[in-house]
Ligand binder design. Structure first.
Ligand SMILES: [Zn+2]
Length: 88
């Protein structure tokens, strides 16, 4: 799990996602499934009480607090969807 403070935090993970091009499946708003080396990982994006975006991925890297490419791939979809939702 990590807290998203800025888009530059995602730079490396986005570059990796662009190279690997994981499959992102939309589950519902804020919940995505992203393909990885060992099957699908679940990525959850939610806004915490203090206003920060919290991103949770079920992969090993994210467990250690790393910004993984699964999260980056899911976030690019999430951010696009959030823009279409006036309340998000
Ligand atoms: Zn991950």
């Amino acid at each position: 799990m990590f807290i998203l403070k800025g888009i530059d935090q995602l730079e490396k993970a986005i570059a990796k996602a662009k190279k690997i091009r994981p499959r992102v499946e939309f589950d519902h708003f804020g919940r995505y499934r992203v393909s990885g080396s060992k099957g699908f990982y679940t990525v959850l994006c939610k806004r915490s009480d203090n206003g920060f975006k919290t991103v949770i991925c079920t992969c090993k890297g994210a467990e250690k607090g790393l910004v993984c490419y699964h999260a980056a791939a899911a976030l690019s979809l999430h951010i696009g969807l959030a823009r279409q939702q006036p309340s998000a």
